[in-house]
Design a protein around this ligand. Sequence first.
Ligand code: AP5
Length: 221
Amino acid sequence: MRIVFFGPPGVGKGTQAHLLAQRLNVPLIATGDVLREAIASGSTLGLKAAEYVSKGELVPDDVMIALVKDLIERRAHDFVLDGFPRTVKQAEALKRALGEKGIDAVIGLCAPLDLLIERLSQRRVCPRCKRNYHLTLNPPKRTGRCDSCGSPLVQREDDRESVIKRRIEVYTKESQPLVEWYRGKGLLREVDGTGAVSQVFARVCGAVEIAQPRTPNRQSP
Ligand code: AP5
């Protein structure tokens, strides 16, 4: 399957995309993570991306289109894509790159603005294994340390309040038009992103018409 996750900053795309990729056993391609890795490595792409990402602006379409085309060609026939496309130009390029088969569905997550801001300002991330935490709703077991690899958790530079505001403005202006674009193509599955991670995941699974994994020891109703 080829699934795209779409929605405003902080709505839970990364969290849900990771779970769905595991569930479907397909690669996850997350453009935000790819850019942050490039920035950390100091590569040419990273130097170029840094000036946009730190301000909450979109990296130019030509850079993103070349990057994702390469990732898809090298890595995957089936995939879960998180963070791309974000403009109609990117969506058109994805369509051209994938040809006949195209994508199977776009999961459009939505949540109220105050929840987005709260989730982003409370987020801490592991720079090593990329795991996400929420300081109160999904805290690490040991304060400030990743449960998986023990690395110190950090706040993303673009999770500062002023940058959060700008990212949401950019989403509204540049990315939201894609909702209608994908709705018009019959690919959009709108999913309520509020509630616990497991509740949202159950809706995501419903939207892609797959059965939820059974929880061992769960009693039948
Ligand atoms: P990117 O990393 O993709 O950022 P984003 O789209 O702004 O999304 P976020 O990662 O902030 O949020 P999310 O929706 O994934 O939520 P998450 O699951 O983490 O991109 C960063 C930057 O790179 C962009 O601003 C841009 O500059 C550039 N870029 C990337 N792709 C680009 C492209 N295609 N074109 C141009 N530029 C591009 O959850 C957020 C928090 O909430 C976490 O703490 C999580 O633990 C918590 N949480 C999630 N779900 C729940 C829940 N149900 N209950 C409670 N807490 C929850």
